[in-house]
Design a protein around this ligand. Structure first.
Ligand code: ADP
Length: 182
């Protein structure tokens, strides 16, 4: 399934698909990593499994050099994509959803920073998962609003930002919000 946001003044075309992000033929795939960058569950586990040991080696090198204390929440950094069809994995750390603290600026930052890294790499197509909506507990519709508004307003040079939603519920949440933007 696919939905598209087209706006005259928008540089980046936003598309939605339901599927597995590890199968996407795009230049860069964004990973909802954790700050340790050494793999985990959910989309992170899937990317490391399909990408293979080269991805983990690059993550370890980054931990040993730039990110001794881990990749901070809301930031993004690229590695090779190993055996994935993509060229790069852009790792970003989403915030954990907490009812008593508003972390939405950090979630927006994940998308903005990932697009900035994608632009630096010269990536034309970028696939995003619904960052923070799994283990990190962010309510889907609110996460979709933040994700789509941030990407639509980022003014990035990438030609396509593709949201890859794993199940029908996530796809429908994103589609509902996207329809509201059009
Ligand atoms: P977080 O820790 O940021 O919440 P998760 O990986 O637990 O990250 O979940 C983020 C989102 O990614 C969830 O909506 C989950 O359903 C989805 N997801 C899990 N595996 C995949 C995959 N292979 N492709 C795309 N999305 C996935």
């Amino acid at each position: 399934r696919c939905a598209v946001l087209r706006r005259g003044r928008l540089v980046t075309r936003i598309t939605l698909v339901q599927g597995d992000i590890t199968e996407q033929r795009v230049d860069a795939v964004v990973n909802a990593a954790n700050s340790a960058m050494l793999g985990g569950g959910g989309v992170d586990g899937a990317i490391h499994r399909r990408g293979g040991p080269e991805v983990l080696d690059d993550c370890r090198r980054l931990r040993a050099s730039r990110y001794g204390r881990g990749l901070p929440t809301g930031q993004a950094v690229a590695t090779t994509a190993g055996r994935l069809p993509a060229r790069w994995v852009i790792h970003t750390v989403g915030p954990v959803h907490r009812a008593e603290v508003d972390n939405s600026a950090l979630l927006a930052s994940c998308y903005r920073e990932s697009l900035r890294v994608a632009d630096d790499l010269g990536a034309r197509t970028v696939a995003f998962p619904a960052v923070s909506t799994g283990i990190y507990g962010w309510p889907l519709e609110d996460a979709a609003r933040i994700a789509l508004a941030t990407v639509a307003g980022a003014g990035a040079a990438v030609a396509e930002a593709r949201f890859v939603l794993f199940d029908g519920t996530a796809f429908e949440a994103f589609q509902g919000v996207l329809d509201g933007l059009e």
